[in-house]
Design a binder for this molecule. Structure first.
Ligand code: F0G
Length: 459
């Protein structure tokens, strides 16, 4: 296989979903009606949807077959035991608590262990993780290595935790730290992996201060593939083996099965701590459901169980990581500024570098995301000053970066779809100086404004 350069999708198409070809005029009208906010579009008006890789992938024939086995018993469903066996095959934690998605696991965990005066370190908190920490009054601290904050810095494990910074935080405040988190891969830092060596070092520091270590494991299989490909001594290991070593280094995890569960919905919280599990199950019953289904149907549990068996296969992961890099390499060759090295699930365009004539407070990421939609019907996601620029006191400052994330749904688009994306991004980049910024319509939404804000183009 390695003799040939073409990336073969390791599947053939079994059921097709039509996508609707629109004209430039139709798209210009649709985005204007949406207040120039791509979240407000009808998805029917989108040709290639790269808004997120969460819950948007294709399920396999065997997942759809597993759905037919779904048993909807309220308590003790056989589907629960199928799910539990599949989860613990990779993540042998004593307690597994199913939830409807990742943020539900976060909410339950932090409502039990968070609270005012507490501080939660992470390499980089994902936005829902940070929001769930802060909602309890606790403080969320990001401690990724310095390379992880520089879009152009090349490092094989740019998601690694700054162990010295963690050590000094714990030396000063260990009693206030109920858990240390590591996000694999580090989504908010560009989908960058964490090495086993770094996880071992974090574990050693946690042990020294008696603090548990949890993983936010949404993209664990992609992280394990990067370990196999990049970490000395790991090349010959099987992916499930690497995953089990990640599990052995942790005391628990939160998970969104919408990513490396290869499912459209679902998640879980896992821990080895009996008292913590009991407290979390009590919250679960209040808000999500009985402990053998969480917020899920039996058929969802079956789809996740099968997804977990598929996501750790070499053919799938080789294709997954290579096909994402293929998009990055082509855009890089075309001179489009990008976050490097390329992450596992997405390519991040550096809108601030591409559009230096648009000040950050006129939202270069928004300008680029809208242009990609109008030009070719591609929907990406601004990750920049629109998303992070507003502060609780109502003031606004530039975010640290203005990026547009092109997230790749799993097993959904073919290489020709991606070739089309490459052409469209190239066409927009070649007329970058013509793009104009945006103004946000007042009054702005009070929180998470990027989801519902409306914009006006500046002339
Ligand atoms: N943690 C990480 C690292 C995530 O990327 C996400 C979701 C979550 C937690 C929350 O999981 O959506 O199931 O509640 N990320 C999606 C994204 C939404 O587009 O990156 P959830």
């Amino acid at each position: 296989m390695d003799r040939f350069r073409t990336i073969i999708e390791p599947f053939r198409i079994h059921a097709v979903e039509p996508i609707r070809i629109t004209t430039r005029e139709e798209r210009a009208a649709a985005v204007e009606a949406a207040g120039w906010n791509l979240f407000a579009l009808h998805a029917d008006d989108v040709l290639i949807d790269l808004l997120t890789d969460s819950g948007t992938g294709a399920m396999s024939r065997d997942q759809w077959a597993a759905i037919q086995h779904g048993d909807e018993s309220y308590a003790g469903s056989p589907s629960w035991f199928v799910f539990l066996e599949s989860v613990t095959e990779l993540w042998p934690f004593r307690h597994v608590i199913p939830t409807h998605q990742g943020r539900a696991a976060e909410r339950i965990l932090f409502s039990v262990i968070g609270g005012a005066g507490k501080v939660i370190p992470n390499n980089t908190h994902f936005d829902t993780t940070r929001a769930n920490v802060e909602a309890t009054g606790a403080e969320a601290v990001d401690l990724v290595i310095a390379e992880g904050r520089d879009p152009a810095a090349i490092h094989p494990f740019k998601g690694n935790v700054d162990v010295a910074a963690l050590e000094s935080l714990l030396a000063a405040r260990a009693a206030d730290v109920p858990v240390v988190f590591v996000t694999v891969t580090n989504n908010s830092g560009g989908g960058q992996p964490v090495s086993l060596e770094n996880l071992r070092a974090v574990r050693a520091v946690c042990d020294r201060f008696g603090v548990p270590l949890f993983l936010d494991a949404c993209r664990f299989a992609e992280n394990a593939w990067f370990i196999k490909a990049r970490e000395p001594g790991q090349a010959d290991r099987a992916i499930p083996d690497i995953v089990r070593e990640m599990a052995a280094l942790a005391d628990g995890m939160t998970m969104s099965a919408k990513k490396d569960g290869l499912a459209n919905i679902g998640g879980w919280l896992a821990t080895n701590d009996d008292a913590l599990a009991e407290a979390c199950r009590n919250v679960l019953i209040l808000t999500e459901g009985f402990p053998t289904y969480g917020g899920l149907t039996g058929r969802d549990l079956e789809a996740i169980a099968q997804g977990l068996r598929e996501v750790v296969q070499d053919d799938y992961l080789r294709y997954r990581i290579r096909s994402t890099a293929y998009l990055g390499e082509a855009l890089d060759a075309a001179g489009v500024p990008l976050v490097k090295p390329f992450g596992g699930h997405a390519i991040y365009l550096d809108a601030r570098a591409l559009l230096p004539h648009i000040p950050a407070l006129q939202y270069p990421g928004q300008a680029l995301a809208v242009a990609l939609y109008v030009e070719g019907g591609i929907r990406g996601c601004e990750i920049g000053t629109v998303m992070f620029g507003r502060h609780p006191d109502g003031t606004e400052t530039p975010a640290s970066m203005d990026l547009v994330r092109l997230a790749i749904p799993r097993r959904t688009y073919t290489q020709s779809h991606i070739d089309y994306v490459i052409e469209v991004v190239g066409a927009v980049a070649s007329r970058a100086s013509e793009l104009r910024g945006f103004r946000m319509v007042e009054p702005q939404p009070a929180a998470l404004r990027h989801f519902t804000a409306r914009f006006e183009p500046l002339s």
